[in-house]
Design a binder for this molecule. Structure first.
Ligand code: F6P
Length: 337
């Protein structure tokens, strides 16, 4: 059977009844090419001396890994010259990265987490890259943070790569969620998971349970009920998984269903949550919604949150629709008391 590559898939999207602009296609292809290079570096690990800390901290005060720095540079360099972007923003940079004056500027903004789950790098567990594409507001002359502060609903594309046993790229341009596997011999992205659908119900949940004592009552209630299994109100057993790489946990949910929670708790409340809205929660929420799942803060659809800062954090509950709706209902019930 003929293999559909990412290029063919995107060209067919351009010809579809929900066509994408040619510069958006270029942007996605450039990101996908950079991701291939990141995948090679991740795969070499300590053969190339790439494990461990870079000796610097990022804007959030977290120690940067060598691969965080390399992945960030690769994405910035790959995307600065093509003429498709007005600016970029990254987890690793305090403010926007502007397009150098020697290159033409385009109509899109690219936001990314170059290497998500980087605490897993040194132990050879899956990590990933997450990205989100927004339109630069019309009439913007000098791009600053405010150009990026658009609700996730306005994303025109989002995707992630997971560097696991195989490297995959999962993508949405607002017409479903589609997965591509990197054929390492040919260097091609092959469409292997067209139109991914997240099962509405699930028996699997993902949460960092070591934080249980800090959770709010609705989360305590929800997880408590799952843990009671067949003897509890849900009358069935649930299984728990936690990779601690958001990409890997979300990827599992896209593949076989499940719910992922990084909720607001007493420890992360003053930061507004743990995960970053612009380059973690929003792209994942877009991907999950396009696959028929749901994504909420517990109190509001993630895609409707009006961002107030590039590195803003939010609570995240996403995955199988029925479970996410139950968690939202538990929050509403608790808040109405
Ligand atoms: O900061 C992002 C991240 O590494 C996610 O990829 C992951 O889901 C989460 O943080 C892990 O958090 P914790 O260290 O609490 O398990």
């Amino acid at each position: 059977m003929a293999r559909v590559t990412l290029t063919q898939f995107l060209i067919e999207q351009q010809r579809s009844d929900q066509p994408i602009a040619s510069n958006l296609r270029l942007l996605i292809e450039v990101v996908a090419r950079a991701v291939k290079t990141i995948s090679v570096h991740v795969g070499k690990g300590n053969i190339a001396g790439l494990l461990g800390n870079a000796g610097t901290d990022n804007v959030q005060g977290e120690a940067q890994k060598k691969l965080d720095v390399i992945a960030n540079e690769l994405l910035l360099q790959a995307n600065e010259w093509g003429g498709h972007l007005a600016a970029m923003a990254s987890e690793e940079l305090e403010g926007p990265s502007l397009i150098p004056n020697r290159y033409p500027k385009g109509e899109y903004l690219l936001v990314f987490d170059p290497l998500d789950g980087s605490s897993n790098i040194d132990v050879n567990i899956s990590v990933g890259t997450i990205f989100s594409v927004l339109r630069c507001p019309e009439g913007t002359r000098d791009v600053d943070d405010t150009a990026f502060l658009q609700p996730g609903r306005q994303q025109v594309a989002a995707g992630y790569a997971v560097y696991g046993p195989s490297t995959m790229l999962v993508l949405t341009v607002g017409a479903g969620t589609h997965g591509f596997t990197l054929d390492r011999e040919f260097g091609a992205w092959v469409l292997t998971h067209p139109d991914i659908r997240i099962p509405e119900s699930t028996k699997e949940f993902a949460i960092n349970a070591s934080r249980a004592r800090f959770w709010e009552p609705p989360v305590q209630r929800y997880i408590g009920e799952l843990q009671q299994g067949v003897e509890g109100p849900r009358e069935q057993d649930f299984n728990m998984r936690w990779v601690a790489s958001m990409v890997a946990d979300v990827h599992r949910i896209l593949a076989r269903g499940g719910i992922f929670l990084y909720p607001l708790d007493d420890k992360n409340r003053r930061n507004g949550g743990h995960l970053r809205l612009m380059y973690e929660a929003n792209p994942m929420a877009f991907i999950v919604e396009q696959a028929g799942g749901a994504a909420s803060t517990g109190r509001q659809a993630i895609l409707d949150v009006q961002p107030s800062g590039l590195h803003q954090r939010v609570p995240v509950v996403l995955g199988s629709r029925n479970e996410v709706e139950r968690v939202v209902a538990y929050h509403a019930e608790a808040d109405s008391k």
